[in-house]
Design a protein around this ligand. Structure first.
Ligand code: NDP
Length: 241
């Protein structure tokens, strides 16, 4: 049986991705770092779609924890395969560079880039052996154009887009696709506290996006039909860029 692993799947965009993929028949592994209650809610909603689902908690920055979790799951499920990975876990910790503390630089880069490396490496080999895989990386508009006050986040997401393009070329022959999605402002906990009324003046669509809209794009990229799309970074930003 094919499973999709969604990092940071307990809430926000990750939750919407879990539910959309579950509605399309994927079995779901929901990763989270600390918010077990939200992840449990997501699991209940996934199970109500009639597919299998499990929680797979780990911190994506902790290589050993990632390996242990993925290996443990694979040993318990010898017949099953993680055929899709959505590297969605991410954090922001904004400040102008001049005020940006080393910890905020490290945390944001590590969650996105070490997270991508740790989790992708843990699941890639079975995808290559089975000659099918879908990897979608959650980048950001910030990684394409750079946003002031987000040098750490822009660097992390820009690096993730570059890694997407490089890995796509490594694995295309094995029918594994690797793409990135670059959302603009999407209504989740991550944008709590931002002034939506002010910000939406600059968005051609004049509104923030919804997690479900991002999930629909991710669902297409992991589908069988998207097999000839790889190494792409697709914006979903209401025309902001
Ligand atoms: P949320 O803050 O709502 O959710 C973030 C998720 O990431 C949570 O599930 C959280 O887990 C998880 N997470 C954070 N750090 C780790 C870690 N070290 N290990 C495992 N999981 C972790 O954010 P969004 O849903 O808005 O963001 C999802 C992705 O989309 C991120 O990569 C973000 O950068 C990106 N994005 C978001 C945009 C937006 O406007 N919202 C715009 C562009 C990109 P837990 O619940 O356990 O805390």
């Amino acid at each position: 049986m094919r499973y999709a692993l969604v990092t940071g799947g307990g809430r926000g965009i990750g939750r919407a991705v879990c539910l959309k993929l579950a509605s399309q028949g994927w079995n779901i592994l929901i990763n989270y770092a600390s918010n077990a209650a939200k992840a449990q809610e997501t699991l209940s909603a996934v199970l109500s779609c009639g597919v299998k689902g499990e929680l797979l908690p780990f911190d994506v920055t902790d290589a050993e924890a990632v390996d242990d979790a993925v290996r443990g799951w694979q040993e318990a499920h010898p017949e099953d395969v993680i055929a899709a990975l959505v590297n969605n876990a991410g954090v922001r910790d904004d400040n102008l560079l001049i005020w940006l503390e080393p910890a905020a630089w490290q945390k944001v880069l590590s969650t996105t880039l070490d997270g991508f490396y740790n989790v992708t490496r843990a699941v890639l080999q079975p995808m290559l052996l089975s000659k099918f895989g879908r990897i979608v990386n959650m980048a950001s508009l910030s990684g394409l154009k750079g946003l002031p006050g987000q040098t750490n986040y822009s660097a992390a997401k820009g690096g993730l887009i570059a890694a997407t393009k490089a890995l796509a070329q490594e694995v295309a022959r094995k029918k594994v696709t690797v793409n990135a999605v670059a959302p603009g402002f999407i209504r989740t906990d991550m944008v709590d506290g931002l002034d939506e009324t002010e910000l939406r003046r600059n968005i051609p669509a004049a509104r923030f996006g919804e997690p479900e809209e991002v999930a629909a794009l991710v669902a297409f990229l992991v589908s069988e039909e998207a097999g000839y799309i790889t190494g792409e970074c697709i914006g979903i930003d209401g025309g902001l860029y």
